[in-house]
Design a protein around this ligand. Structure first.
Ligand code: ADP
Ligand code: MG
Length: 845
């Protein structure tokens, strides 16, 4: 019989409670399973043994057989170091320890043959090895060790406590002995044979104790594939559920607006990428499911026209649409651009922003509600409760990064109410029990478990809800979607949750918010009470529940509405590699082609001392009629330092480019919107030649005549920001330039950023470098996705394995969506196991 892999690590021979504690704390190893999944960082070839007189001054990892013939302590600036003389028949070297000296002295034996392994240094005319990995030759020979030696991740604390690589290797070996190396297969036979993968058992053995390089590679490939495969499986399943669950308006036809625009008014030929993306959007809009699509395209790739033509499809089907942009300037620009096009087609379009006058605002509200207004452009102002559409069918969000998920979901609710007014709880229940069969089974198990173990507070509340006649029937521990909620009133779609003490942690709060959001999106209202509230004043709690119930429309499905189709546009590309593995619920379209005839922006890096040359160049360009941006970093809105830089810069520019020959605009975040707008407009109209600004101009501004972008202290900007800024130029027919000004002091990272900018204009390539520099943690959406907790695969280096994993996950699910076929039972089983022991299900309850 094989050992249960969920056995606590303490039970493994050679571990025990003390080491167990360390392994838990330092490496997160709780069980046998966790230990098997501790994958080596690297491997070292240990087929070679060196004589001391063969050592080279190359700082390589080597192993040497020899004897310790004595210890000495050497006092140094801080503390002492322990030095051992280590000898073989060809010479002597030193072994050195800076920490853990007591343990070393007590445990190492003199004059016995050891194998010392580590990096050698040349110091004071001798080789030495600091903190070597030491093993008695006798033991060394006995070990289940192959040529390749695995090097495991470690921490300082572990090595101080004597848990070095050799010890880890040893307990790993013990684990293989206890389990007899029998590990159940976790991929299906057809995947194994189609991809020529080695078995799980063989892979695990060879990843820890590789017999040779070839087997090691095979083992790594198989394990990486498996890891990525299950993540993809999970994401695709999520996406499928979303599609089957969230109904959208089918826009069945492409009508007059679209066709006449396409035939008569399209100002240019669409690029192939634009055509392809429009096709993808049309397919989405025509299906029964709600579209939830991310449109990525580099600055200037022509997303706006795609957005506009999508809106025309909505209009053709009798629906309204809206476009929301993050800033006033941007929405005005969108409005101005689209206004002309709408005029050609007799479409009624309006602009709504924070500065829209009250009277105009009223008119807009009215015409929106009676359906007279067809397209609304604006800022966050669109999200206000007062803004109600008659029938919003498509909502477009420009520059996704500026808006959060919460805002996206706010837009959802602006759709018209659903027509079905079923009071029948059974129908409602059926509608929301949408978990797929495999999950459903798991949910039932959890539900039973939860009912058995309900907390005292839950029991108290349940008694009241059950007995005190509230006129409404409640159910407890009820499955909705893939969640289990504490109490629900199905006639009113009201959910009541009681939060235990552990709800105070930030992670739990985030999980709770996510839950609430999911439930809101499918039409439930959620109210939460803490333990204290229920115990402290149950009457108050009940009153509140009654009040809420009464306020909810009766018989309707919680005021739920059919959400509009959503198109999110972003010019900050998320690397393809990451996007594929991060977004479960968003489909992705990419415009990867610029309109023809664009001249790529020439980018150069200049040091501050060359400023005079740069200014001469600017003067020449202005004489030719061009306009210039000069941008200063603004890390924090509030930082006085940054403003000083900006104002100093402005002054020095004013000196070098004196009035009246030169006119200069200045725009920064501390200005009033009206002043900002005034300055912007002067520049847009060409009344000023130079625009001195902070990053407020980063997003979207379109002044085709501006051909030079100078970025001051460019080393202080992130890559994606630099790229966004550069996107402000290169919009006209003239050759444009981006000049990155820096001081001489540059870190390696900032050098890489600058070099990347000079080398390429491709936003996706830049995003990949950015990802490499910053890691996926900073990129939105990664937190929930599991890419951060990858154990063996690397989201960047293993991109090709990821593609293949995604392909096979799709293929598998297309052929068997519920993984119910017998040949997939192993996949279903593993998928469920992952759910139980990893945190995939942590949002369930
Ligand atoms: P972004 O993707 O950055 O939002 P825009 O939609 O603002 O880009 O387009 C940038 C410019 O390119 C606009 O002036 C637009 O009219 C023009 N444009 C868009 N598509 C094409 C095309 N297919 N051919 C020529 N010009 C185009
Ligand atoms: Mg744009």
């Amino acid at each position: 019989m094989s050992v249960n892999l969920q056995t606590p690590i303490d039970y493994l021979k050679g571990v025990g409670p003390n080491r167990g504690d360390l392994l838990r704390k330092e490496l997160g190893i709780y069980t046998y399973q966790d230990l098997i999944n501790l994958f080596p960082n690297r491997y070292i070839d240990r087929t070679q043994y060196y004589k001391i007189n063969q050592l080279q001054r190359n700082n390589a990892d080597v192993q040497v057989i020899g004897k310790i013939i004595g210890f000495k302590e050497v006092t140094q600036k801080r503390g002492k170091r322990l030095v051992a003389n280590f000898q073989d028949e060809t010479g002597t070297m030193e072994l050195v320890w800076f920490r853990g000296q007591k343990w070393i002295r007590e445990n190492l034996k003199l004059n016995k043959p050891y194998v010392a392994f580590g990096k050698t240094n040349w110091f004071n005319g001798k080789f030495n090895m600091a903190h070597p990995d030491l093993e008695l030759l006798e033991e060394h020979k006995k070990n289940l060790r192959s040529g390749m030696q695995a090097i495991y991740p470690s921490t300082e604390k572990l090595s101080n406590k004597g848990i070095n690589n050799r010890v880890i290797s040893k307990i790993m070996q013990q684990l293989f002995i206890e389990t007899k190396g029998i590990f159940v297969e976790t991929l299906s036979d057809n995947l194994l044979s189609e991809l020529k993968l080695i078995s799980k058992r063989e892979a695990l053995f060879n990843v820890h104790f590789p017999k040779n390089q070839v087997l090691l590679s095979k083992a790594q490939y198989r394990l990486k594939f498996e890891e990525l495969f299950y993540i993809q499986l999970q994401l695709i399943i999520k996406n499928l559920i979303h599609k089957s669950k969230i109904k959208g308006f089918p826009f069945e036809k492409v009508g007059n607006y679209f066709n006449s625009f396409f035939k008569n008014h399209l100002p240019f030929e669409l690029t192939n990428a634009q055509k392809r993306v429009l096709k993808e959007i049309r397919a989405d809009l025509g299906s029964n499911a709600q579209m939830n699509r991310l449109l990525q395209g580099d600055v200037g790739s022509g997303k706006t026209i795609v957005a506009f033509m999508s809106m025309l499809i909505a209009l053709d089907n009798g629906f309204q649409s809206c476009l929301m942009a993050p800033t006033e300037i941007l929405s005005v620009q969108h409005y101005n651009g689209l206004y002309d096009l709408c005029n050609l087609l007799n479409i009624r379009i309006k602009l709504l922003t924070g500065s829209t006058k009250t009277s105009e605002r009223k008119k807009i509200h009215e015409s929106l509600e009676n359906g007279d207004l067809q397209i609304l452009i604006g800022t966050h102002a669109l999200l206000e409760d007062k803004v109600k559409f008659k029938n919003l069918g498509l909502a477009i969000i420009d520059e996704q990064h500026r808006f959060g998920v919460a805002q996206r979901s706010k837009l959802w609710k602006k759709g018209p109410p659903q027509s079905s007014h079923k009071k029948d709880a059974k129908a409602i229940r059926k509608k929301y029990m949408t978990a797929r069969p495999s999950t459903y089974k798991l949910l039932i198990e959890l539900q039973v478990e939860n009912k058995k173990n309900s907390t005292q507070v839950e029991s108290i509340l349940w008694e009241c809800l059950r007995n005190k006649k509230l006129d409404f029937k409640f159910r407890r521990q009820y499955i909705i979607d893939e969640l289990i909620v504490d109490f629900v009133c199905l006639e009113k779609n009201l959910i009541i949750e009681v939060d235990g003490d552990y709800h105070n942690t930030i992670e739990q709060k985030e999980a709770d918010d996510l839950r609430t959001q999911i439930l809101n999106e499918i039409g439930f209202k959620v109210i939460r009470f803490t333990n204290e509230q229920v115990i402290g004043d149950i009457d108050n709690v009940l009153n509140y529940i009654v009040k809420t119930l009464k306020s909810l429309p009766s018989g309707e499905i919680g005021g739920a509405s059919t959400p509009p189709h959503i198109l999110v546009m972003t010019a900050t590309p998320i690397p393809r590699t990451l996007a594929m593995s991060v977004y479960g619920d968003l489909d992705i379209s990419i415009i990867d082609e610029l309109p023809p005839g664009r001249k790529p922006v020439k980018t150069v890096h200049r040091y501050d001392k060359n400023r005079l040359n740069v200014f001469r160049f600017i003067r020449d360009e202005i004489d030719k009629g061009r306009q210039i941006y000069i941008v200063y970093p603004l890390i924090k809105e509030s930082s006085a330092m940054d403003y000083k830089d900006l104002m100093d810069g402005y002054e020095s520019i004013s000196r070098d480019f004196p009035m009246p020959k030169y006119q200069i605009s200045i725009v920064h975040g501390k200005m009033k919107p009206a002043d900002k707008d005034f300055e912007m407009q002067r520049f847009i109209k060409g009344e000023t030649q130079i625009m001195v600004a902070t990053t407020v101009i980063e997003v979207g501004v379109n002044v085709p005549n501006a051909s030079i972008m100078i970025i001051e202290s460019a080393e202080r900007f992130g890559l994606s920001q630099l790229h966004q800024l550069r996107g402000r130029v290169g919009r006209g027919v003239e050759q444009s330039y981006c000049i990155l000004m820096t001081s001489h002091k540059l870190t390696n990272d900032s050098k890489t950023r600058l070099e990347t900018m000079v080398k390429t204009n491709d936003g996706f390539e830049i995003a990949e470098v950015d990802l490499r520099l910053r890691g996926p943690g900073d990129i939105m959406g990664t937190q929930q996705s599991g890419v951060l907790s990858l154990k063996i695969a690397d989201i960047i280096k293993d991109n090709n394995i990821l593609q293949s994993a995604r392909f096979y996950a799709k293929k598998t699910l297309l052929n068997d969506p519920a993984l119910s076929k017998p040949e997939h039972s192993v996949l279903l089983e593993t998928y469920k196991q992952l759910g139980k022991y990893k945190n995939i299900w942590n949002y369930i309850s």
